[in-house]
Design a protein around this ligand. Structure first.
Ligand code: PLP
Length: 413
């Protein structure tokens, strides 16, 4: 290479990322086992993907949207980058309104997924902000901040510069307020992976913390539709003052079976402020709107039309029935494991059950044991962070008879 003074360089932040993202590693182990045991009937309670098809009201709306796209008079090309008004309005009025949360339709931004939104939102904040995440954590929050350059390298599974807030059975998987100052706080309730929920009081502490420290809460409510306890808030905006300090992410993926169709939303209230170095306040809403316009051309009309069908009476009833099916699975998992003497958490207001591994064995060891001896796939808790070691996540997304069979196999271990 002698003689070249210039060269294209990589973003070296990407090189800090720990190798082997959790799900590829699980995939590798399952594929290796399946190759050695081609007749094994493997039951997957690992990755959180839905198994039920889209409900009929949603499919009908999609068919209608496809027909519109086929006729010159109703064809639609590029839509508004922030989402169609019909869906933004339906979200504000029919999803948040009934919970006493008043939003303007243009505070709702439609996208093609919460993974992108939770990953992209950090872009509007300065690189010198301190990030706080729970441990265990949905890995997207961490990895996207690593890519952006907000962290140091990793050591023992933790990146320098990130504040990790331990979530254990002792604190009901709700982190204590950090002792050191933090600026960007990622919270996810109902939680992936622990299945825990935050009470009104717990969310109120966080809102108060963010208000008094001029911090921002990035609240991921991807699983709010699975809450069954009427006392648990579905939205952080049910807490007074949250509009000034919180963004909320929601997704149609698990709520209505859109993992393959793709549609999600992010709420950015107009009162939400971040600050310039000189202390001047800036509305985050206009930054996110600008970012959407520049980097995103809108979710497809067909998926937005499909999402809007969720707010019809038939759509609601059908979506509710699917959620009940998954939550019956969660209850069956909890019951079976509880009867077998396992320590189990979650699975009541969330589609994930968080199981303490028996006899103090490690997460990956327990994962391998279930795979090899019961042909059941879970997700090792350690893959979600150091505090997840000693736990395994089981997902309720599967057919009821498969869940039953998985539990029968565990009983025979
Ligand atoms: N947030 C959490 C906590 C999740 O568990 C997931 C998906 O598993 C997502 C966001 C991403 O959802 P989407 O399919 O909308 O990208």
């Amino acid at each position: 290479m002698k003689g070249f003074t210039r060269m294209i360089r990589v973003n070296e932040n990407f090189l800090k990322l720990q190798a082997g993202y959790l799900f590829p590693e699980i995939g590798r182990r399952v594929a290796a086992y399946a190759a050695e045991h081609p007749r094994a009937d493997i039951i997957r309670l690992g990755i959180g993907d839905v198994t039920e098809p889209l409900p009929p009201a949603i499919i009908d709306a999609m068919h209608r949207a496809v027909d519109e796209m086929a006729a010159a008079e109703t064809f639609r090309g590029y839509g508004p980058e922030q989402g169609y008004e019909f869906l933004r309005r339906a979200v504000a009025e029919k999803e948040f309104g009934p919970r006493g949360v008043n939003l303007d339709a243009d505070e709702v931004f439609i996208s093609d997924g919460s993974k992108c939104d939770t990953g992209n939102f950090q872009e509007v904040f300065g690189l010198d902000n301190v990030v706080a995440v729970t441990d265990p954590v949905y890995p997207v929050y961490v990895d996207t901040n690593v890519m952006a350059g907000r962290t140091g390298g990793s050591e023992n599974g933790r990146y320098g510069g990130i504040v990790y807030m331990q979530c254990t059975a002792e604190n009901d998987f709700i982190p204590a307020l950090p002792k050191q100052p933090v600026d960007m706080i990622y919270l996810c309730y109902p939680n992936n992976p622990t299945g825990a929920v935050a009470t009104r009081d717990q969310l109120a502490w966080w809102v108060e913390y963010a208000r008094s420290n001029r911090a921002i809460i990035l609240f991921d409510a991807a699983y709010e539709a699975f809450i069954s306890d009427p006392a648990i808030p579905h939205s952080i905006y049910e807490i007074d003052g949250a509009r000034e300090v919180a963004v909320e992410f929601r997704s149609y993926s698990k709520t209505a079976g859109f993992t393959g169709l793709r549609c999600a939303l992010t709420v950015v209230p107009k009162d939400l402020k971040a600050y310039k170095r000189n202390g001047e306040a800036v509305a985050v809403h206009s930054l996110w709107s600008r970012r959407h316009s520049t980097k995103f051309n809108g979710a497809s009309y067909i998926s937005q039309a499909a999402a809007a069908a969720m707010y019809t009476p038939e759509g609601r009833a059908q979506v509710k029935a699917v959620i009940e099916l998954y939550m019956d699975n969660a209850a069956a998992i909890r019951r079976a494991l509880g009867d077998l003497g396992y320590e189990v958490y979650g699975g009541v207001n969330a589609p994930y059950v968080w199981v303490k591994t028996p006899d103090g064995i490690g997460s990956w060891e327990f994962f391998d044991k279930l795979l090899h001896e019961a042909n059941v796939v879970g997700t090792p808790g350690a893959g979600f962070g150091a505090s997840g070691e000693g736990y395994l996540r089981l997902s309720a997304f599967n057919k009821p008879q498969r869940v039953r069979e998985a539990m029968e196999r565990l009983a025979k271990l």
